[in-house]
Design a binder for this molecule. Structure first.
Ligand code: UDX
Length: 453
């Protein structure tokens, strides 16, 4: 049973990146009244015009609907106002990596202090929920003291505090927000957790996922453990792929498909390729390693996960050199720049180390991506050339590296490469092409495939 409209709590969200904006639009799309707050004026101005500041399928439509219904409003700064006018505040500010891999908590600390100052002025019960990914201990040892210091009130008595990590994937972030596999509610005290659980039960009414009630630190660790497990699964299958390449006739795709049928293993996140990128896995694995080392334990397995991932993209360069000899003056076409399909995000994209190494070896690069070209221009400026289409990218190339498995690249045929390239050599870094079809018509190298096919 869902709560009557007038009983529904009002919600504020601080930080309007992927997590914050999807959370805000998720609640607003289900009829809650939401204030989304960010210090970035340009971002809020776009949001208030119905334009998400990043590419995310389905989000623009839901954002526009929510604005039109008056359920959502973007606010620049003014944390005192948004906390004052709402009942629960989700904190979804960034937690970037420091050079040593540990996370930088300055935005969390500043949000907590601002919320604390707002709580000082407030006489009704308010719950703050940390949604940003933070290392175990952060909510208890940094957020709680800041809230208490600035509000001059007691956590667990005068106000509530929870930690509830997100598990959304870019490219399906809105869908993941409204349909969760599980919800984690870490709470300082029972009352805070009850309030948040009540909100989630109302939000997901009809299909409430399993809700795990736990402590603040366990909730924080669940997020890191989940991402570290997925990252390790990827580095594991990439290790098997590298072994397959040494065994004539072996194919990692078949190995992974057969492994995945074992229910204890599962079929997802066993796609071998150039490794994992994005804003989460690389940062979270590094942060968990740094946190664990600071606590006196060296997590060797996670060090290995990271090392495999660091080396994996350079295999594409190795393959190029095997095919072309020297790369000096050779033209390499790169298909796909985003860290994965359905996003324009290039944070930790696997093509970055690939392109940098190719340039170092004297190659010239032409690249194409359906949506991430503007991001690549910021990163590579005039060091590479930018094509307006796949076919233009392939023109007169000596070798092509498929780096992101966008659906439009999956439709390409050997003829497309043969027709346009100087010499048709294709390196399939994401295993999207059938070796039986491509291997017979052109020079084809697939990651994780033992030669000869
Ligand atoms: C991830 C988690 O899935 C999500 O739960 C968390 O909250 C944030 O981090 P995201 O970064 O959006 O989400 O992308 P995801 O789809 O998990 O892929 C991450 C990277 O792993 C991509 O670079 C992708 O190409 C790579 N990957 C994924 C593989 O190389 N093989 C796979 O089998 C799966």
């Amino acid at each position: 049973m869902s709560l009557a409209l007038e009983k529904r709590p009002k919600i504020s969200v601080i930080g309007t990146g992927y997590v914050g904006l999807c959370t805000a639009v998720g609640f607003a799309s289900k009829g809650y009244s939401v204030l989304a707050c960010d210090v970035d004026e340009a971002k809020i101005e776009k949001i208030n015009r119905g334009l998400p500041p990043f590419h995310e399928p389905g989000l623009q439509e839901k954002l526009s609907e929510s604005l039109a219904k008056g359920n959502l409003s973007g606010v620049v700064g003014q944390i005192d106002r948004v906390v004052g006018e709402t009942d629960l505040t989700f904190v979804a500010v960034g937690t970037p990596s420091r050079p040593d891999g540990s996370i930088d908590l300055q935005y969390i600390e500043s949000a907590a202090s601002n919320i604390g100052r707002a709580l000082k002025q407030k006489d009704t019960y308010h719950v703050t929920i940390i949604k940003s990914t933070v290392v175990p201990g952060t909510t208890q040892d940094i957020v709680k003291p800041a809230l208490e210091r600035e509000s001059k009130k007691r956590c667990g008595v005068d106000f509530g505090l929870c930690m509830s990590p997100e598990f959304l994937r870019q490219g399906s972030a809105f869908q993941d927000t409204v349909n969760a596999d599980r919800v984690v509610v870490g709470s300082f005290d029972k009352q805070s957790g009850d309030k948040l659980e009540e909100l989630y039960r109302d939000f997901y009414s009809g299909h409430v996922p399993p809700i795990i009630r736990t402590t603040l630190s366990t909730a924080e660790l669940i997020k890191y453990a989940s991402n570290a497990m997925l990252a390790t699964k990827i580095s594991f299958i990439n290790t098997i792929a590298n072994i397959c390449e040494k065994i004539p006739g072996a194919d990692v795709k078949v190995v992974a498909a057969a492994m995945g049928l074992d229910r204890r293993i599962g079929s997802l996140f066993l796609d071998a390729g150039l490794g994992y990128g994005g804003s989460c896995f690389p940062k979270d694995v590094k942060a968990l390693i740094a946190c664990s080392k600071a606590l006196g334990y060296t997590p060797e397995l996670l060090d290995a996960t990271e090392n495999v991932n660091r080396k994996q993209p350079l295999k594409a360069v190795e393959f190029c050199k095997q095919q072309l000899g020297t790369l000096e003056g050779k033209k390499i076409a790169i298909l796909g720049l985003a860290f994965k399909p359905d996003t324009d995000d290039m944070r930790e994209a696997r093509v970055i180390p690939i392109i940098n190494q190719l340039l170092k070896e004297g190659a010239t690069i032409t690249a194409y991506d359906p949506v991430a070209m503007h991001m690549a221009q910021i990163i590579f400026k005039n060091k590479i050339q930018y094509a307006a289409s796949t076919m233009q990218c392939l023109q007169k190339a000596d070798c092509c590296i498929l780096a992101t498995e966008w659906p439009e690249f999956q439709k390409l045929t050997p003829q497309d490469f043969i027709k346009n390239m100087k010499q048709p050599i294709l390196i399939d870094g994401r295993r999207i092409y059938d070796p039986q079809v491509f291997g017979k018509k052109m020079k084809f190298v697939a990651l994780g495939l033992g030669q000869p096919i």
